[in-house]
Design a protein around this ligand. Structure first.
Ligand code: GTP
Length: 576
């Protein structure tokens, strides 16, 4: 077997390689038996690239290393993947020719037992000047597991320097997850959108998941009691959080109910993974985690379906989830030994996870923007609706007020009218007459007042009936109305007694009165084929405006009675 030459500046670029590997599928071979197999030439190059794939038992690797340095050299062998259950390292004793156990590292042991405090298994070897050491390494897992039977070769100083660089990258990764989790939590409190809380928990679960898978939980938190099942547990929690977040963000239950059923199945599978991890049932854990990861692309489909329905942010979500799925596919290809392990495919899954979270954050900012726009639009439409209702209400109030005013004015007019004849009633006559007298006083006009009473009206009622009496009253009103002018005030004082105020001097008024008497007497009234005529007695007085209307009425009334006494059907002038 060719020796690997190491110098004083090894930077982890050289590997112990997989040139001489033996698979002990029974996991029962002793060190002596394995050394025998090596001597018999049973150690062969590994057929797959890097990883052994999911296999039971242990893998043994034979390595020969020569220190080309002419002084002693401290060399570190670093296992290339995050975790393995057991690594045992044996060195051939130069005197006895037998292999002797030098390091026994195990994931189940407290972290403190590791000879190098690193999250990946690292085994130190001391070489004297130009020394060659024959090494056997046993890579073991309790049941079936992935193994990369190769290790990076470092000189101690370079190893610690590289660790510092890696720590910066990890700090950035976890710091970003933490900030996103915190930011989403605040956004949840502010917006009251439960999707932000899901995102916050999901982002936080990524920290616990990657910290556990990459070995930091063992290094810093659970130093005493770490178990492989914690990796599955943290993975299950992240898958559950991711599914819960996705269902809330994509609203799959509402808009893609069929695909949502698949998501529920995925949730059930993730729960089974969680339970099998908690109860440390490795076979079910491996099956369920494989199913979970194989079904991950379904979420890209749900996002795509929602995007087709018009949700832009769901499209961005699909892109984000694609980053994660591509990362996981690369990891799977590496784990299965299809592609060679390298630094990029080692860190791509957590980096893709960060890229996924950042992209989803962007999708959520789009969602918030959309919600804000929708809220503003709803507010504007509500405002418009409110203003429209207000305008309608104002119009309604105006119309109602107008109707009321009209009704009021009609009622007022009605209140002033005599219901039978339609002329002013007593109260209205007095109001109008007073107004008229004031006007006349201002324009120095003369006014005369008639008090008119129908003659023997009781007889009409008694002989022809009340209806005929009413008819006579109406006909009488019409006759007077024909004679009155706009400036005159004509009203019914009560019963068959009327008053008429005219803006005329006494002589003209007397003529008017006589014409009225003759008009009334000459009018024939026909009720039920029976014709009859009426007559009226009129008392006339020239109004002394200073004395007011009441006294004028009284005086004219007396004159009217004089006319009655003098034989009726005539005009008599009264004196104050
Ligand atoms: N049909 C009718 N009759 C009325 C109305 N108002 C009052 N009367 C009647 O008018 C009559 C007035 O009668 P009297 O006061 O005795 O006077 P008269 O019969 O006209 O006699 P002289 O005035 O002396 O000519 C009464 O019979 C009242 O009932 C009315 O609105 N309609």
């Amino acid at each position: 077997q060719n020796a690997i030459e190491v110098g004083g500046n090894e930077q982890g670029l050289k590997r112990t390689g997989q040139q001489a590997v033996y698979h002990d599928a029974t996991n029962a071979l002793s060190l002596v038996e394995v050394a025998q197999l090596l001597n018999e030439g049973q150690f062969k190059p590994l057929s797959s690239a890097g990883s052994t794939g999911l296999k039971k038992g242990a893998f043994w690797s034979s390595i020969v290393i020569t220190n080309t340095f002419s002084i002693p050299n401290d060399i570190f062998l670093e296992y290339i993947d995050h975790q393995i259950i057991h690594i045992d390292l044996y060195i051939k004793d130069k005197l006895s020719g037998k292999y002797q156990l030098v390091h026994q590292l195990s994931l189940t042991k407290p972290f403190i037992h590791r000879p190098v405090r690193s999250h990946r298994f690292t085994l130190p070897l001391n070489f004297s000047a130009n020394e060659t050491q024959e090494i056997l390494v046993r890579f073991g897992s309790d049941e079936a597991g992935f193994t990369y039977p190769s290790m990076r070769i470092w000189t101690a100083d370079n190893f610690y320097e590289a660790q510092t660089g890696e720590a910066s990258f990890i700090s950035f990764l976890f710091g970003s997850f933490f900030l996103m989790s915190l930011f989403a939590l605040v956004a949840g409190v502010v917006t009251r959108q439960e999707v932000f809380y899901y995102y916050s928990i999901y982002a936080f679960s990524k920290i616990t998941c990657w910290a556990t898978i990459l070995g930091f939980t063992h290094q810093y938190i659970l130093r005493e009691n770490f178990h492989w099942s914690l990796m599955s547990t943290s993975g299950a929690i992240t898958i559950i959080c991711g599914l819960l977040f996705s269902r809330a963000f994509l609203k799959s239950k509402q808009f893609t109910p069929k695909l949502d059923k698949v998501l529920l199945l995925m949730l059930a599978n993730a729960l089974l993974l969680l339970i099998s991890a908690l109860f440390q049932i490795k076979v079910i854990a491996i099956i369920t985690i494989t199913v979970a990861l194989l079904l991950y692309p379904v979420l890209i489909g749900v996002g795509f379906a929602r995007w087709r329905q018009g949700s832009k942010e769901a499209g961005i979500y699909s892109i984000a989830w694609s980053f994660l799925v591509i990362g996981l596919i690369i990891q799977a290809l590496r784990d299965l030994g299809v592609v060679e392990h390298n630094f990029i495919n080692y860190y791509w899954p957590p980096a893709a996870s960060l890229l996924e979270m950042l992209t989803i954050m962007f999708a959520m900012s789009m969602m918030v923007n959309r919600l804000r726009k929708e809220k503003n639009a709803a507010k504007a439409s509500y405002q418009a609706h409110l203003e429209q209702s207000k305008a309608l209400l104002e119009m309604e109030v105006k119309a109602r007020t107008m109707e009321l005013e009209q009704a009021k004015s009609i009622a007022e007019q009605e209140a002033r009218k005599d219901p039978l004849t339609g002329i002013h009633n007593r109260r209205s006559f007095f109001e109008r007459a007073e107004e008229r007298l004031k006007l006349a006083q201002r324009s120095q006009q003369r006014c005369c007042l008639f008090v008119i009473d129908l003659d023997h009206f009781k007889q009409i009622n008694d002989s022809m009936g009340h209806g005929a009496g009413d008819q006579a009253l109406c006909t009488f009103t019409e006759i007077v109305n024909r004679r009155v002018r706009e400036t005159d005030v004509f009203g019914r004082l009560g019963g068959e007694e009327f008053a008429l105020l005219v803006t005329e001097g006494l002589s003209t008024a007397k003529l008017v009165g006589e014409r009225l008497v003759s008009d009334i007497a000459s009018e024939k009234i026909t009720v039920n084929d029976t014709s009859f005529s009426i007559s009226a007695s009129i008392g006339l007085v020239e109004v002394n405006i200073e004395y007011g209307i009441e006294l004028a009425i009284k005086t004219a009334d007396e004159a009217m009675y004089m006319a009655k006494r003098s034989g009726r059907n005539r005009v008599m002038i009264g004196q104050y």
